[in-house]
Design a protein around this ligand. Structure first.
Ligand code: AMP
Length: 583
C-alpha cells in the first residue's frame, strides 16, 4: 500500500518502543495508528516515567497505559515466576470499568501471556482471593475491594512496579480518596505512578503532587474539533420541587422527544421508577443496571444505537465507559454531585460540531449548584418552565396531526392509479359509522383511542411552579437548629437503623449511603439523617422499606473493608417513640 503524505505525518505504532508481540495484538485489533494519547504517553511510560494525563473515555487511554505496563512486564518476565506479587495495579472507580479495563489488558497482553485478575465489590471475595494467591501480574481493582484484600494479606503491593489511577476524578467523587491514599501508601516508593482523569479539579492536582514524581503531563481533548465547530450543548434546567422530579421529567422528555438520550439517575431505585414513568408515556426507555452482565448491557446499548430504544436510563456507575456516538441528549434526573461530574456527563453530546442538548431537573435547593456549573464552563444554562398538561396536549395533537397528514398523503398517492381500494374494509366500516355520526366526531374518537393506546398519560395532577431565586439570592436549607446535637427521635414515617461502626473506624456518611444503596434497593435519597458516633452510626430510612433493607443486608454490610452489623435501632422502634437511647 502506498503511503501518501498525510499518512506519513501520523505517528506509527512501529515507532513506539513496544515488542513484536504487542505490536501484533494491536494490529490484530485493527488499530492503524496510535491515538494522540497513546502517541504521547507510551514512550515515557515504557521508560518508567510517572504520568499525569487528562483524557476521557474514548481517547484510547486504556491502551495508553496498558501497553507500557505489558512491555515492562515482558521485559522483566524471565525473572518472574508463578506466585509472584503483582507487577501492576490499575484502580478504577467502578466494577464495570474494572471489567472493561481488565478485558482490554488481557487482550493486549495475549502475546506476552500476562496474568490479569479483576477484583471488585459486590461479588464474593473468595474466588478473587484465590485468584490472587495463584500468582498474578496485573490486578485491576475497585478501591474498596482492593483495601479489603490488602487487609486480608491477599493483595500484595510490596513488589509493585506500576500503579494506575484510571478516571481518578470519578474515584474522588465517589468518596474513595482515603482508600486510594491507603493503597498508594502501601506501594514501594520506587514504583511508577500514572494518573488519568477526565477533569483536573484542584483535588486531583493535590493528589498528583503528593504521589507523582516529576510526571510527564499529557492533555487530550476528547476529539479534535475543526475550528468554528466547538462542541455545542444547549443546556436547559427545569426548576421543580424534588417530589415532582420524575413526573416533570416524563413531561419534559415527551415534549422534547430525544432521538437517543441517556437519562442519569442517582440510584437504581430511581432508574426503575424513571424507566416506568417514561414507558407509561409511550417513550421507549430501558434501564441499564450495574447488576447486568456485559452481554445484556451490550444488547441494550445496541438497541440505542439502532434507534429501537430512545432513552437509556442509568446510574452514573452503570453508564461508566459507555461510549455512544449518536447521543443527542444527556438528561440529569438529579443535579450531579459536582460541577465536574456534570461537565463529564454532558461531554457525551455535542461532539464533532453536532448540537447536543443537556436537560437537568433542578430542585430549588440546587439552583446555586447550576450557577456554579455556569461559572465553570462559561456557558449559559437556560431555566425553562416544566411543560404544563395543556402544553403537552398541544404537542401531542400537533404530532398526531403530522402523522395523520403524512399518512393521508401516502394513502392518496398509492390510490391514484385506479379506484380507491378498501382491502382492509376500513372505509366500509367508516361509511356505516358516518351514516350514524358526524364524520369529525368519528375521527375525534379514533384519535383519542390512538392516543390512549400509545400511552398518553393523564396529566391531571399539576406540577407546582417554583419561582427562580434571583441572582445572588441563595436558598438555604431549612435551619437545622439544635437537631444535629444529641440523638433525637426519627422523623415520622421513618425508622432508624443501628450500625456498629463509627468514627473510630473511619466511617463517613457517604460510606453508609454507599453501602446501603449498593446492597439494598434503597435509593440515596430515601436515606435520611445519618449520625456518626464514635463506635456506632444511626441511619434514618423509610419505615416501609426497613424490612426489605434488613433482609437484603442479612444483618451486616461492609464498611471501610470491615464487616459491620446492621439492625433496627432499639432506642426507637419507630417514629414517635419516646426520647432517649439505651446507651
Ligand atoms: P478507551 O478510551 O481506552 O476506552 O478506548 C476507546 C476505544 O478505542 C476502544 O474501543 C479501543 O479498542 C479503541 N482504540 C484504542 N486505541 C485505538 C487506536 N490506536 N486505534 C483505533 N482504536 C483504538
Amino acid at each position: 500500500m502506498s503511503e501518501n503524505e498525510h499518512e506519513l505525518d501520523l505517528p506509527r505504532f512501529s515507532d513506539l518502543p513496544l515488542r513484536a508481540e504487542l505490536q501484533h495484538e494491536v494490529e490484530e485489533l485493527g488499530y492503524e495508528n496510535p491515538s494522540p494519547i497513546q502517541a504521547q504517553s507510551i514512550r515515557p511510560l515504557v521508560e518508567g516515567r510517572d504520568l499525569l494525563g487528562q483524557a476521557a473515555t474514548g481517547t484510547g487511554k486504556t491502551a495508553a497505559f496498558a501497553l507500557p505496563i505489558l512491555e515492562r512486564l515482558a521485559a522483566q518476565r524471565p525473572e518472574r515466576s508463578r506466585g509472584d506479587a503483582p507487577f501492576g495495579l490499575v484502580l478504577t472507580p467502578t466494577r464495570e470499568l474494572a471489567l472493561q479495563v481488565s478485558e482490554a489488558v488481557t487482550r493486549y497482553g495475549r502475546g506476552v501471556g500476562a496474568r490479569v485478575v479483576t477484583v471488585y465489590g459486590g461479588a464474593p471475595v473468595g474466588p478473587q482471593w484465590k485468584a490472587l494467591q495463584q500468582g498474578v501480574d496485573i490486578v485491576v481493582a475497585t478501591p474498596g475491594r482492593a483495601i479489603d484484600l490488602l487487609n486480608r494479606g491477599s493483595l500484595r503491593l510490596d513488589a509493585l512496579e506500576t500503579v494506575v489511577l484510571d478516571e481518578a476524578d470519578e474515584m474522588l467523587d465517589m468518596g474513595f480518596v482515603e482508600d486510594i491514599e491507603t493503597l498508594l501508601d502501601a506501594t514501594p516508593d520506587t514504583r511508577q505512578a500514572v494518573l488519568f482523569s477526565a477533569t483536573m479539579p484542584r483535588r486531583i492536582e493535590t493528589l498528583a503532587q503528593k504521589y507523582l514524581r516529576e510526571p510527564v503531563t499529557v492533555r487530550i481533548r476528547r476529539e479534535v474539533v475543526p475550528e468554528g465547530e466547538a462542541p455545542k450543548v444547549r443546556q436547559t434546567a427545569y426548576l421543580v420541587p424534588r417530589s415532582h422530579t420524575t413526573a416533570a421529567l416524563g413531561r419534559v422528555l415527551e415534549a422534547e422527544r430525544p432521538t437517543a438520550a441517556i437519562v442519569f439517575c442517582r440510584t437504581r431505585l430511581d432508574v426503575d421508577a424513571v424507566t416506568e414513568t417514561l414507558t407509561a408515556r409511550g417513550l421507549r426507555a430501558e434501564a441499564l443496571h450495574g447488576g447486568m452482565d456485559q452481554e445484556h448491557r451490550t444488547r441494550v446499548v445496541e438497541r440505542v444505537r439502532s434507534g429501537r430504544t430512545e432513552l437509556l436510563v442509568a446510574t452514573d456507575v452503570a453508564a461508566r465507559g459507555l461510549d455512544i456516538d449518536l447521543l443527542t441528549h444527556v438528561v440529569n434526573h438529579d443535579v450531579p454531585q459536582s460541577s465536574e461530574a456534570y461537565v463529564h456527563r454532558i461531554g457525551r453530546v455535542g461532539r464533532a460540531g453536532r448540537e447536543g442538548v443537556a436537560i437537568t431537573l433542578v430542585p430549588p435547593s440546587k439552583v446555586h449548584a447550576m450557577r456554579g456549573v455556569e461559572r465553570l464552563t462559561g456557558q449559559p444554562i437556560e431555566f425553562a418552565p416544566v411543560p404544563t398538561a395543556a402544553d403537552l396536549r398541544a404537542t401531542r395533537l400537533a404530532r398526531t396531526a403530522t402523522v395523520l397528514r403524512e399518512r393521508l398523503v401516502a394513502d392518496l398517492r398509492d390510490e391514484e392509479p385506479g379506484a380507491p381500494t378498501d382491502g382492509d374494509g376500513v372505509r366500509a366500516m367508516l361509511d356505516v359509522l358516518a351514516a350514524e355520526f358526524d364524520g369529525v366526531d368519528v375521527a375525534a374518537a379514533a384519535v383519542r383511542l390512538l392516543q390512549e393506546a400509545t400511552g398518553a398519560p393523564n396529566d391531571g395532577e399539576d406540577i407546582p411552579v417554583v419561582a427562580l431565586p434571583r441572582a445572588g439570592e441563595r436558598r438555604e436549607p431549612r435551619s437545622r437548629g439544635g437537631a444535629a446535637a444529641g440523638t433525637r427521635p426519627p422523623k415520622a414515617g421513618t425508622t432508624r437503623l443501628f450500625v456498629n461502626a463509627g468514627r473510630a473506624s473511619g466511617v463517613r456518611p457517604q460510606d453508609i449511603v454507599g453501602a446501603l444503596a449498593n446492597e439494598s434497593n434503597l435509593s440515596g435519597r430515601d436515606i435520611g439523617a445519618i449520625q456518626i458516633h464514635e463506635r456506632h452510626a444511626l441511619v434514618e430510612i423509610p419505615e416501609h422499606a426497613a424490612e426489605d433493607v434488613l433482609r437484603s443486608l442479612r444483618g451486616a454490610t461492609t464498611l471501610k473493608g470491615r464487616r459491620a452489623n446492621v439492625r433496627r435501632d432499639r432506642g426507637f422502634a419507630g417514629a414517635g417513640a419516646g426520647r432517649g437511647r439505651r446507651d
